[in-house]
Design a protein around this ligand. Structure first.
Ligand SMILES: C[S@@+](CC[C@H](N)C(=O)[O-])C[C@H]1O[C@@H](n2cnc3c(N)ncnc32)[C@H](O)[C@@H]1O
Length: 359
């Protein structure tokens, strides 16, 4: 960490979040403004956003801007924790997905030598900036522009694969490009925002199996897997049957609660909002089946649900949440993951009642 100066990967500047009500607003911080203040910020243990909306950089944007982060320099403590979790050692070849600023790539180069590191970044301009940062600290590893979900077969086999963007499903390509006994470390997320850091070991038959590690670790989803921003809501009729909820929807505020809910409805999305000045309610929407559930608070503090479409969304989510709670509501580290030709299965150790398989 001492040998790889983080500020050299932030020469293009970064954005600081301005916590203004109702306005996701960012202020750009560029080195010229105040070298000392900028350096102090570059060495805080925080993720520093370097790109918004897939195109806006501190150099291209105005001083203040609204937008969504699409590239960043991850907080150093998490970068280092993940390299430790990866059990990376001298002599290994590593494939990294999501080069970003290039800082984590730089640490890998220092440890292994740049010839043993391949990093894939989907955004060409981000990759160019990362190569420049790596060159400033003396490294020229292979930084490949492409969709990291395909890995980089030309550099295989790898001893380790590490992703600093998150995936809905661990790609078969990563397993195929990892030597038997090698490890894959990646956050596995869902469209409700639940996320867990998975570490899998690859077996000889092209299957990888492992565990989720402790802690709430989340990354931006791989660009090709990001949910489309627009949703069509086919709401239940106002006079549709209404039943009391068994599980309280505020459980979706809990990171593990979200993770478990996603297992039951992997394509569903969750919003808490008010429509046309109505009361704030929880909306669950499953675009593939065109199903929807609306959960509304009652004056006594309980909740009721109305559902529409072929899938009774809250029924299936509630069943899974209830089984998880009956098992003591353990954290994400109690779950296991297996990926192979049959798809991806995530399950809660023990009786396996809480589980999900996707193709
Ligand atoms: C959190 S940043 C990476 C941080 C980086 N490791 C560091 O230390 O600065 C995530 C990066 O993943 C990239 N990314 C998103 N989807 C990708 C994909 N499908 N393939 C490769 N890179 C992707 C984004 O463009 C972004 O630069």
């Amino acid at each position: 960490v001492e040998a790889v100066p983080r500020h050299e990967f932030l020469r293009g500047g970064f954005f600081r979040f301005l916590d203004l009500p109702g306005n996701a607003s960012w202020e750009r911080i560029i080195p010229q403004l105040s070298e000392r203040e900028w350096l102090e910020m570059a060495y805080t243990d925080e993720s520093l956003v370097t790109q918004l909306n897939g195109e806006v950089t501190p150099a291209s944007g105005s001083r203040r801007i609204a937008g969504n982060p699409t590239s960043s320099s991850t907080l150093p403590s998490l970068v280092v924790r993940m390299l430790e979790d990866l059990h990376v050692a001298g002599g290994m070849r590593v494939l990294e997905i999501g080069t970003g600023s290039g800082y984590s790539t730089g640490l890998l180069c220092h440890r292994l030598g740049p010839e043993r590191v391949v990093s894939v970044e989907v955004d060409p301009s981000v990759a160019t900036q990362a190569r420049a940062g790596l060159a400033r600290v003396g490294y020229a590893p292979a930084v490949i522009v492409g969709d990291g979900l395909a890995g980089h077969p030309a550099g295989a086999p790898y001893d380790r694969v590490i992703a600093t963007c998150s995936v809905l499903r661990v790609p078969a390509a990563w397993i195929a490009q990892t030597r038997p006994g090698g490890m894959i470390l990646s956050t596995v997320s869902g469209l409700m925002g639940g996320s867990g850091l998975a570490r899998l070991t690859v077996t000889r038959d092209g299957v990888a199996e492992g565990e989720f590690l402790p802690g709430d670790v989340s990354f931006m989803l791989a660009r090709s897997q990001t949910a489309p921003p627009d949703l069509v809501l086919h709401l239940p009729d106002v006079d549709a049957e209404q039943r009391p909820c068994r599980a309280d929807p505020t459980i979706l505020d809990d990171p593990t609660g979200r993770f478990v809910a996603q297992l039951a409805a992997q394509d569903a999305r969750h919003m808490r909002m008010s429509i046309q000045d109505g009361p704030v309610a929880d909306y669950l929407v499953d675009p593939p089946s065109d199903s929807c559930a609306v959960l509304t608070a009652q004056p006594d503090g309980s909740f009721t649900v109305r559902q529409s479409g072929p899938v009774a969304l809250w029924d299936v989510i509630e069943d899974t949440l209830t089984a998880w709670q009956a098992a003591g509501a353990p954290g994400v580290h109690a779950f296991r993951i297996r990926v192979g030709p049959a798809g991806q299965t995530i399950w809660l150790g023990g009786d396996g009642r809480v589980s999900n398989t996707t193709a």
